[in-house]
Ligand binder design. Structure first.
Ligand SMILES: NC(=O)c1ccc[n+]([C@@H]2O[C@H](COP(=O)([O-])OP(=O)(O)OC[C@H]3O[C@@H](n4cnc5c(N)ncnc54)[C@H](OP(=O)(O)O)[C@@H]3O)[C@@H](O)[C@H]2O)c1
Length: 243
């Protein structure tokens, strides 16, 4: 039996790649491709998709996810920029309705493995900084992946890292912080999506580096999410939970 999927943000960079991946799979049937001028609610009523994949923008993703849940479709949210509070509200709604959904700040396997391994390393190295690098049109900073990485490190560490002694001569020089972990965001043409996590210890450092070189890297994760979401009863945050 094929699973019906609607893609919101289908004409953006991630949306176009996702359309190709869904169309190439026999397990899924693409029932709708929506852009900015379409009305999500109307499409949900007309097409009745089992799953909606959202790759839109941080400004509209919360309302989109609410609408998807309210119409009983399973949300797979690739768009970044949801706050902790918004995620919690959406999670409660899914729980009430026993509806499975997935919020995945990153669908790439290399990134998911990095997020998993840094948690172990944080047990031994409490001092760490994150550098995330993206193409210059990325709308949010820091990236959803960097926030997820910091959360994973915070879960793994036994104590917090050092308090920086540097006085910022120019505000922002030491980056922003999530769970007291500095995050530095680089935006440049030529980049796609990259992240470094640098742990520092006595006389040594340990560096993880992940590079997404093509948006195709996200597609196995997107399709995995589509296969798994129908069996879930809650909204999960992070694809690592279903790997
Ligand atoms: N989870 C992951 O693995 C992953 C990977 C890469 C990117 N992302 C995230 O995915 C999101 C999309 O990235 P992208 O690179 O594809 O951006 P993009 O190329 O700018 O695509 C976004 C698309 O959404 C459309 N859009 C805007 N508002 C809309 C609405 N209300 N309803 C329907 N469509 C709407 C935009 O239309 P207009 O161009 O007409 O405004 C555009 O076509 C970003 O948040 C990005 O950070 C996630």
């Amino acid at each position: 039996m094929t699973i019906s999927i609607l893609i919101n943000g289908a004409f953006g960079k991630m949306g176009q790649e996702t359309v190709k991946a869904v169309e190439a799979s026999q397990a899924f049937k693409l029932v709708g491709k929506l852009g900015k001028s379409d009305v999500l609610k109307t499409a949900l009523i007309d097409k009745k998709p089992e799953i909606v994949i959202d790759f839109t923008t941080p400004e509209v993703v919360y309302q989109n996810t609410l609408t998807i849940i309210e119409h009983g479709a399973h949300p797979i949210i690739g768009t970044t920029g949801l706050s902790d509070e918004q995620r919690e509200k959406l999670g409660n709604l899914c729980k009430e309705r026993q509806l499975g959904g997935i919020i995945a700040p990153n669908f790439s396997l290399a990134t998911l493995l990095m997020i998993k391994y840094v948690k172990d390393c944080a047990r031994y190295f409490s001092d760490v900084e994150i550098i995330e690098l993206h193409h210059k049109r990325k709308k949010d900073a820091p990236s959803g992946t960097a926030i997820k990485t910091a959360e994973s490190i915070a879960q793994g560490r036994r104590k917090e890292g050092y308090a920086s002694f540097s006085k910022e001569m120019i505000s922002g020089t030491r980056g922003t912080k999530k769970d007291n972990i500095p995050i530095h965001s680089v935006r440049l043409p030529g980049l796609l999506a990259h992240e470094m996590v640098i742990f520092g210890g006595e006389g040594e450092t340990l560096t993880f580096r992940q590079d997404t070189l093509s948006r195709k890297a996200f597609m196995p994760g997107v399709l995995l999410a589509c296969r798994k979401v129908l069996g879930l009863k809650t909204l999960i945050y992070g694809l690592e939970h279903i790997l």
